[in-house]
Ligand binder design. Structure first.
Ligand code: SAM
Ligand code: SF4
Ligand code: SF4
Length: 350
């Protein structure tokens, strides 16, 4: 079968009524994983014992090409999405990712952002901004080198991530958000110093409860430091008050410093599930569509693309999947669901 020419030109995408799933949730955000590889081995995401030298990463031909990614993005734009986040693995390890960003920017009308471990940001920030990226989220789990190195497990120093953040600021990427995953007994002592530092820097720090994504990180409920505990810890030193969400379905619960010096966010996906407002779809590096971060199976968009499906056929396929969606994993998490063979975070992105 001949492949249709990919429609990646900057023709405006006509929006349709956004589909709603079985729980009446619209489709609003798309997260696209652009690589399953990473230069870190965060113990909670890609533990070294599993992601070793012989780990079977995807081959190059299995990855969606930039044209395929853009074609999928346009189909989703047609279905009403407003936001695209690139993720991975480490998205800045994907060769020429700035070219992909430029192609996605050309679609227009999308809030385009990216989550990175920051290791390559100092080198790439200017090119990313020039390609049309507006803002960025950087993950950093501690300001203490010993703690951070133990968590990234590749001896990567804090200073280089901070350099990347400074480079992003200098390149005009803003606002900058910082993600910190908190694991009990590992980095909870870093919570207050991180809050203090990023309040001074004027960046929004978001604390993420450690989640049972994938099935290789040995997650236990006892390792979770709850959002409530995190807010209490910070509030003792720097009093906080709750703030309204910026929009319905915002993942982070916002808290303002009472003295007006900024805000933090807490992502309580374990202790206060927010499935009822979940408007996110995810595309894996090899083009599978997932309707939940904790899914055990995806829907093969790449096969459709490579078998010559038209944009209308893709649109109908995605719409059908979304309207049948009933995911609410975090609300029904139990001993049984924790043991399921869920897809890995590094494969689907955060
Ligand atoms: N490599 C990039 C990074 O680390 O920012 C992007 C991909 S990473 C999978 C996306 C986000 O997921 C990061 O902020 C990371 O800290 C978070 N994450 C990974 N594993 C997690 C887990 N088990 N629980 C909570 N958050 C996790
Ligand atoms: Fe890599 Fe990000 Fe996972 Fe850490 S969290 S191993 S940086 S993909
Ligand atoms: Fe959305 Fe699934 Fe997370 Fe619930 S568990 S918020 S449905 S991704």
């Amino acid at each position: 079968m001949t492949m249709p020419a990919p429609s990646t030109t900057a023709v405006p995408v006509a929006p349709q009524a956004t589909p709603r799933d079985r729980l009446d949730r619209p489709l609003r955000d798309l997260r696209i994983s652009v690589t399953d590889r990473c230069n870190f081995r965060c113990t909670y995401c890609m533990p070294k014992e599993v992601f070793g030298k012989d780990y079977p990463y995807l081959e190059r031909k299995a990855l969606l090409s930039f044209e395929e990614v853009v074609r999928i993005a346009r189909v989703f734009k047609g279905l009403g999405i407003e936001k695209i986040r690139l993720t991975g693995g480490e998205p800045l390890m994907r060769k020429d990712v700035d070219k992909l960003i430029a192609m996605l920017s050309d679609i227009g009308g999308l809030d385009l952002t990216l989550t990175t471990n920051g290791s390559l940001l100092a080198r790439k920030a200017v090119a990313l901004r020039a390609a049309g990226l507006k803002r960025v989220t950087v993950s950093l789990d501690s300001l203490d080198d010993a703690v951070f190195k133990a968590m990234n497990d590749v001896d990567f120093p804090v200073a280089k991530v901070l350099e990347g953040i400074d480079a992003a600021v200098a390149a005009g990427l803003k606002p900058i958000k910082i993600n910190m995953v908190v694991k009990r007994g590992v980095n909870e002592h870093s919570i207050v110093p991180m809050a203090r530092y990023f309040r001074e820097q004027g960046h929004i720090l978001r604390f993420i409860e450690y989640m049972d994504v994938g099935h290789t990180n040995g997650w236990r409920m006892d390792d979770v430091v709850s959002a409530r505990e995190i807010v209490d810890m910070i509030s003792k030193e720097m009093p906080l008050q709750p703030a309204d969400p910026n929009y319905t379905g915002e993942v982070a619960e916002r808290w303002h410093y009472k003295d007006g010096s900024g805000e933090i966010g807490v992502i309580a996906s374990v202790t206060q599930a927010f499935c009822r407002d979940c408007t996110r779809a995810r595309i894996s590096t090899e083009g599978k569509l997932y309707t939940c971060l904790f899914a055990t199976a995806g829907h093969d968009l790449r096969a459709l693309l490579r078998n010559g499906a038209s944009d209308d056929e893709l649109n109908t396929f995605v719409k059908g999947i979304w309207t049948r969606r009933g995911d609410r994993y975090s609300e029904i998490r139990s001993e049984k669901t924790v043991k399921l063979e869920k897809i890995e975070m590094s494969y689907i992105g955060g």
